[in-house]
Design a protein around this ligand. Structure first.
Ligand code: NAP
Ligand code: MG
Length: 509
């Protein structure tokens, strides 16, 4: 339970607060509400060391090498992870090819569905444990991994289980065939959820998988391998190889892969595309973004402010579709900025394991340094910065939620993906100006529109060059809704019927 104004000194700001009575006016800006610490205590059941998952077994890497996975909230080592070299990647592909030919592609869809349902239910059974492991390894607040990442990952398996015996209805008049072995590489911002987005549709459609998680967040993938064992999934259908970029490149370039699916930065996506040019591999790319969240003067402002905050500060801004550019209608710009500042002052930054934390730890030191560099460029280029005065933990990688006003399209912070809790605020006067500014980016993953007018929503959802356009909400996901980008944000869709098509070959009936 929150206790109001009980403390004499706030641990967040160090400022004094009143014991009783009305808060002093300046406290409306400070910590009106103090929460007692509420740490999550579920046991993540971590092992000191994790091996690779190949052909249904945990196996030692042929190189004998391991690397550390740390907790970014306190910089302490959590576990050792096996480093896969090219011989391990070869072994994973051999197992996946064998499983594809001998069992998985031949199994009727209704049988494959049973495995997917079982996986989803086992994940639900162990949801708390997975949420804690995800938060410890990646730094995201426990309330997000508990309420979003893990339930959504299970939902993707449930959803695709439902498709596995209905594939004949995906493309009427055409027959669907699996592609073969699929190579997949995922980033660190939603480790288990990105795995589910990739593995569930591949398995539902009869493909087998070799997946590489991100170097800083391999633990939930390897715990998930235990669920695959418990579900009795035939050996080799899913294989996990861990490591950094070199392992990722080996997974993407492997000659056995019939398709590669990549989620990560545009820079690495382009390098993969160049390396695969001229091959017959099918590809899907889910890359970076620089979304505009557009607020008109007729929008419900308090809801819009919540949507803006959720759009950029959710998961420390480690979100490809984050609403990192706020385009606000000029007549309301000052009011929106004032409301945002108030809201930022009561966001809780700190220990991700505390159930009250809104903004947890930045995933890694290099990512923290990248955020710092881009924020320094915003200050140097003359934008006005606001940060709430919250105190950050002494150990670990943290960054204050940050607003920049007076931003123009020539500022780096308006053009480059920061992938951190940093919002750049620009203004517009007309609908056409808003559309032009929103589309003035190399990316095209997502956008948001806040207005009372349905006709305006319809106009903008067509005019905005973004794969997803949210109206009067932000960062909403559902397994039945396809997600993916335009332009340098990539191609291909994940989720929904469109996502299934990207894992199949179509043939006449
Ligand atoms: P990244 O550097 O591109 O890494 C993504 C993954 O690719 C990691 O597993 C990485 O390994 C691996 N990798 C690195 N170099 C590689 C290479 N040469 N060949 C093959 N794989 C390679 O991206 P990040 O900085 O970790 O992740 C953030 C980016 O992902 C952002 O740009 C974000 O917008 C994007 N993202 C997009 C979506 C979407 O759906 N569009 C979703 C989430 C994230 P290691 O990192 O382990 O070394
Ligand atoms: Mg880690």
């Amino acid at each position: 339970m929150p206790s109001i104004n009980k403390k004499t000194s706030s641990p967040r700001t160090g400022r004094s607060t009143r014991r009783r009575g009305r808060p002093a006016p300046e406290l409306i800006f400070g910590d009106l509400w103090e929460f007692d610490p509420a740490p999550e205590t579920a046991d993540p059941r971590l092992q000191p060391r994790y091996d690779l998952f190949i052909n249904g077994q945990f196996v030692r890497p042929r190189s004998g090498k391991y690397f550390d996975s740390i907790n970014p909230a306190n910089e302490r080592k959590l576990a050792e992870i096996a480093l896969a070299g090219s011989a391990d990647v070869d072994a994973a592909y051999a197992a996946a090819q064998d499983a594809f030919q001998s069992t998985w592609s031949r199994m009727p869809g209704r049988e494959r569905a049973k495995y997917l349902f079982r996986i989803a239910r086992l994940l639900q059974d162990r949801a708390r444990e997975f949420a804690v492991a995800e938060t410890l390894d990646g730094g995201k607040p426990i309330k997000e991994s508990r309420d979003f990442d893990v339930p959504m990952a299970a939902a993707h398996f449930f959803y695709h289980a439902g498709w596995a015996d209905k594939l004949e209805y995906v493309a009427p008049g055409r027959q669907l065939a699996p592609l073969g072995v699929v190579g997949q590489v995922i980033p660190w911002n939603f480790p288990l959820l990105m795995l589910a987005w990739k593995v569930a549709p591949a398995l539902a459609t009869g493909n087998t998988v070799v997946l590489k998680p991100a170097e800083t967040t391999s633990i939930t993938a390897l715990k998930f391998a235990g669920i695959l064992q418990d579900a009795g999934l035939p050996p080799g259908v899913v294989n996990f190889v861990c490591g950094a970029g070199e392992t990722g490149a080996a997974v993407m370039a492997h000659p056995v892969a019939a398709k590669v699916a990549f989620t990560g930065s545009t820079e690495v996506g382009k390098a993969i595309m160049r390396s695969l040019a001229g091959t017959e591999k099918k590809m899907t790319m889910e890359l970076g973004g620089k979304a505009a969240n557009i607020v008109f003067d007729d929008a419900p402002l308090d809801q819009a402010v919540e949507g803006i905050v959720n759009g950029i500060f959710f998961n420390q801004g480690h979100v490809c579709c984050a609403g990192s550019r706020l385009l606000v209608h000029e007549p309301i710009a000052e009011r929106v900025l004032a409301k945002l500042k108030l809201r930022l002052n009561v966001l809780r930054v700190g220990d991700p394991m505390d159930k009250n934390t809104d903004i947890g730890a930045i995933n890694s030191k290099p990512q923290l340094e990248k955020i710092r560099r881009l924020v320094a460029s915003g200050v140097k280029e003359g934008a006005e910065m606001f940060q709430p005065p919250c105190r950050l933990p002494a150990q670990g990688y943290y960054f204050r939620p940050t607003l920049f006003s007076g931003v123009t399209m020539s500022h780096r912070i308006a053009r480059e993906e920061i992938f951190g809790p940093v919002l750049s605020i620009l203004t517009f006067r007309t609908v056409d100006e808003a559309i032009e500014k929103a589309n003035n980016t190399a990316y095209g993953l997502s956008a948001g529109v806040w207005t009372d007018k349905g006709s305006r929503i319809l106009k903008l959802s067509t005019a905005l060059k973004a794969g997803v356009v949210w109206a009067n909400t932000y960062n909403r996901f559902d397994p039945s809704s396809p997600f993916g980008g335009y332009k340098e944000s990539g191609f291909g869709r994940e989720g929904g019927r469109h996502g299934l098509l990207d894992y199949t070959r179509l043939a006449p009936v």
